[in-house]
Design a protein. Structure first.
Length: 70
């Protein structure tokens, strides 16, 4: 979660996209939100200074590995 109820996602061009979400519930480990649609790659690592459109490199993408059946 980024300051101001925003999350970082990565688009098809490997660019950071900051999206506004609504927090429904939060606890010590998780945020439960609305406002995300479709299949999105959500950034789960820390972002120093997130800038919309920043080129990113995805590492350890277990979602893509599962999708390919690995």
């Amino acid at each position: 979660m980024i300051k101001g109820n925003r999350v970082g996602t990565v688009d098809a061009n490997d660019q950071l996209r900051l999206l506004d979400v609504e927090i429904i519930h939060a606890d010590d480990e998780f945020y439960y939100v609305t406002g995300l649609t479709g299949e999105l790659a959500v950034v789960v690592s820390s972002l120093g200074t997130p800038v919309d459109g920043l080129k990113v490199q995805i590492k350890n993408n277990t979602y893509e590995e599962k999708k390919r059946g690995q």
